[in-house]
Design a protein around this ligand. Structure first.
Ligand code: AMP
Ligand code: GLY
Length: 414
């Protein structure tokens, strides 16, 4: 197979790393890729992954016969639909199914229609109605911009003025979902699906807040663990039977099934699991801890998905644990510099360093984003993985590099 991965983040580096190990792959491309993917695949750095025409042309030019879409933007731009028309296999949803992620209002209605447990919510399009609701609401709520917002569309606040201001801004261009605040702890659950059946991967958790003790602003994710040591078997079983199974039945019934990844963002509450969000892709940084634990040939697994033979595929997952620590640029999640020279990166057994948006300038790796690397430690037990990751973290050297010091510790609910 000749494979193209779309994206340039650490998630896409982890995907590329998996494909590079596969015996089924004869050519491997990444668009646009980063300095990490460049070492194991061919970067098509001029191809914009959200430009459907450019992606199709790149596939034709390089005789690519399978595309793996990393993030949500190419899916929301219709890349999977364009590839389908060309007869090129694609792992990633078409426009209809992408709405599960790209419209929180759509996802909420889908869950309500199908009795999938989630926070109760109301969607607003008018500021006057929203203001009335907020002023009389006695319960704690969370505000969400309906459309894609790259992790910046949610406000968790108890300050009425701040909520009204956020709502006013969102309503200028989008609808606004106001939902009940849920207490508990969060887990990320990933299912691979071939549109007919699905396979669940081990549980993950991501550390969304910028600072230790889950304080500070939301980020794209400062670290992740897989599997989640504090997720009990009973809670996992309830997630499978009360959330995952009904969701896939509903997707089939509503003809929204697709070939790809379905990500359930779940709050485990005292009343059981409730869906916070759906995403139609792997999480970042969850992919960086999850993918190294996939033991079977990843190319063959993906081939089974596009041939709709996932149910027959003997997926093999390592019994090890993984902990991933994100190394961020000074200033992130506020403004930060890019193009900072990276002086050193770790090279240790049992540790992976996945790049995000890095480039190579005059032979040196330079940073290109706010979250620059994910350092992933692996081990027999969770603590071994945690120690392996943090032992390697100081070996990532560039000016201003920082990370959370408590990744791997239990995330307590609000
Ligand atoms: P979302 O993009 O919907 O997953 O929201 C981003 C983050 O906001 C989640 O990962 C949670 O940490 C938080 N969040 C979202 N919805 C709720 C809710 N209903 N109750 C509590 N926290 C929430
Ligand atoms: N880790 C959160 C996300 O990928 O949306």
């Amino acid at each position: 197979m000749r494979v193209l991965v779309l994206g340039n983040g650490a998630r896409e580096h982890a995907l590329t790393h998996k494909f590079a190990q596969s015996r089924r792959i004869s050519a491997l491309y990444v668009a646009p890729g980063n300095a990490g993917t460049d070492e194991i695949a061919t970067n098509l750095q001029d191809v914009n992954p959200t430009d459907t025409t450019a992606v199709v042309r790149a596939c034709r030019d390089n005789r690519v016969n399978m595309v793996f879409i990393g993030g949500e933007e190419p899916s929301a731009a219709g890349v999977a639909n364009a590839l389908e028309q060309e007869g090129i296999a694609c792992i990633g949803p078409g426009l209809q199914s992408t709405r599960l992620e790209s419209s929180k209002a759509f996802a909420k209605e889908f869950m309500e229609r199908n009795s999938i447990p989630t926070a109760s919510a109301r969607t607003f399009t008018s500021y006057t109605d929203f203001e009335k609701h907020i002023r009389k609401c006695r319960k704690r709520v969370v505000l969400k911009k309906s459309g894609l917002a790259a992790g910046k569309g949610v406000l968790e606040s108890t300050d009425t003025d701040e909520m009204l201001e956020f709502g006013r801004t969102v309503l200028e261009s989008d609808s606004l979902v106001v939902e009940e605040h849920l207490a508990g702890y969060e887990v990320s659950v990933f299912a691979l699906t071939d549109g007919v059946s699905y396979t669940l991967l081990p549980s993950c958790a991501d550390y969304k807040k910028a600072h230790e003790g889950s304080t500070g602003p939301n980020t794209g994710g400062m670290g992740a663990v897989c599997p989640v040591p504090w997720l009990e078997a009973d809670a996992w079983n309830r997630i499978c039977s009360e959330v995952v199974e009904p969701t896939f039945s509903a997707l089939r019934a509503e003809e929204l099934s697709y070939i790809g990844v379905l990500y359930f963002g779940i709050m485990v509450t005292e009343d059981g699991p409730k869906v916070l969000e759906f995403n139609v892709r792997f999480g970042d940084p969850e992919a960086q801890v999850l993918l190294p634990l996939v033991k079977c040939d990843f190319g063959s697994l993906c081939e089974a998905m596009v041939q709709r033979k996932l149910a027959e595929f003997p997926i093999e997952i390592s019994g090890k644990s993984a902990v991933g620590v994100v190394i961020a640029a000074a200033g992130y999640p506020g403004s930060y510099k890019t193009g900072v020279a990276v002086e050193q990166l770790p090279a240790r057994d049992g540790v992976f360093v996945f790049h995000a948006a890095t480039a190579r300038k005059s032979g040196k790796v330079v940073t290109g984003g706010g979250r620059c690397f994910t350092v992933v430690g692996m081990g027999r037990e969770h603590l071994d993985a945690l120690n392996a990751a943090y032992a390697a973290v100081p070996e990532v050297k560039f000016r201003g590099a920082w990370c959370r010091k408590d990744i791997g510790g239990k995330i307590f609910g609000a």
